[in-house]
Write a new protein. Structure first.
Ligand code: NCD
Length: 323
């Protein structure tokens, strides 16, 4: 499910944004730079630029979401696009025909972009393969496969906190790697930017098979995994995707893998703490850390709007004028 060729136009520019896998370092950097040009829009008294005026964007969400859907909606509105929100309660499997029918009906309404979230891996790619040539598809999370705009907003946050030289950074991703589309997209993106060291820290039951092939170092204890890291990204336990007893109890998980000030003390003194949300306080992380001075969890939410503006405007081939 690489999809690099599906995502890029013949002239090398972005058409769909489905996954960070298979993209180039230049393209990821262009997304970050473009987001930088949009970050200021939120500070203006009129929080709008006219780049996507006259375009219609459909948020097609088959799975619950608050942060991701609202930030996509705000991003589209700040680009002056018209936005339609469609929340569909779907069964676990993609019913190909039903989904195609939904698409054909929306296409008949002359829409320009689909932002898609679905519980099944591969749905955004499936839609991208079937839409009319002028339509772009943005993946807002598919199953446990990919969540590329989340990964990009995380890179944007890291770049703002630590500077653009990812080569000197140690980043630890902690928690439920096995069920996390966020972790997968982050690992590909961090590797593309040549991050010095990418670690994953989790109990054996929450680490996917053959994870070393992704180019990460694997740790099973926080004390080892967090030693001297510059950035720690905590992940939510994806209970809705777990089958059977992968964990003894939340209490036990917190004791071993929950981030506390004490456990964080082995990281670098200026360590940055991140989480894509929603946080389970007292499961992945203590409130003292989540609300503490090293946490940038709410900045991640703000930056998510700038990143989504960047990706949407690039896919629609509209840039900010230089200067
Ligand atoms: C993530 C998701 O939905 O994959 N959240 C998000 O987009 N803000 C992570 C999660 O649900 O834990």
């Amino acid at each position: 499910m690489k999809g690099g060729e599906l995502q890029i136009r013949e002239d090398g520019r972005l058409r769909h944004f489905l996954s960070t896998e298979g993209l180039s370092r230049n393209l990821l950097t262009e997304i970050l730079d473009t987001a930088e040009s949009f970050a200021g829009v939120a500070e203006q008294s009129v929080k709008k630029v006219p780049l996507l005026r006259g375009k219609t964007i459909v948020n097609l969400f088959f799975e619950a979401s608050t942060r991701t859907r609202t930030t996509f909606e705000l991003a589209a509105k700040r680009l002056s696009a018209d936005v339609l929100n469609i929340n569909v309660n779907a069964s676990a499997t993609v019913k190909g025909e039903t989904l195609l029918d939904t698409l054909r009906n929306l296409e008949a309404m002359h829409v320009d972009m689909f932002v898609v979230r679905h519980a099944d891996s591969g749905t955004a790619h499936f839609i991208a393969r079937h839409v009319q040539p002028h339509i772009s598809v943005i993946n807002a999370g598919d199953g446990r496969h990919a969540h590329p705009t989340q990964a990009m907003l995380d890179l944007f946050t890291i770049r703002r906190e630590k500077g653009a030289d990812f080569g000197r950074l140690r980043v630890a991703i902690v928690g439920d790697i096995a069920h996390s589309r966020v972790a997968r997209s982050q690992i590909h993106a961090l590797n593309l930017l040549n991050t010095g060291e990418v670690r994953i820290v989790a109990p054996r039951t929450l680490i996917p098979a053959r994870v070393e092939s992704l180019g990460v170092q694997v740790y099973h204890t926080l004390r080892e995994g967090l030693r001297d890291v510059d950035v720690v990204i905590m992940l939510r336990l994806q209970r809705e995707r777990m089958e059977g007893g992968l964990l003894p109890s939340e209490h036990e998980y917190y004791r071993l893998y929950g981030l506390t000030e004490e456990k964080l003390s082995v990281a670098r003194p200026d360590v940055t703490v991140m989480h894509p949300g929603p946080i389970n306080r007292g499961v992945e992380m203590d409130s003292q850390v989540a609300d503490g001075p090293r946490s940038v969890i709410l900045q991640q939410v703000s930056y998510g709007i700038a990143i989504r503006m960047a990706v949407m405007s690039m896919a629609m081939q509209q840039g900010m004028s230089p200067g």
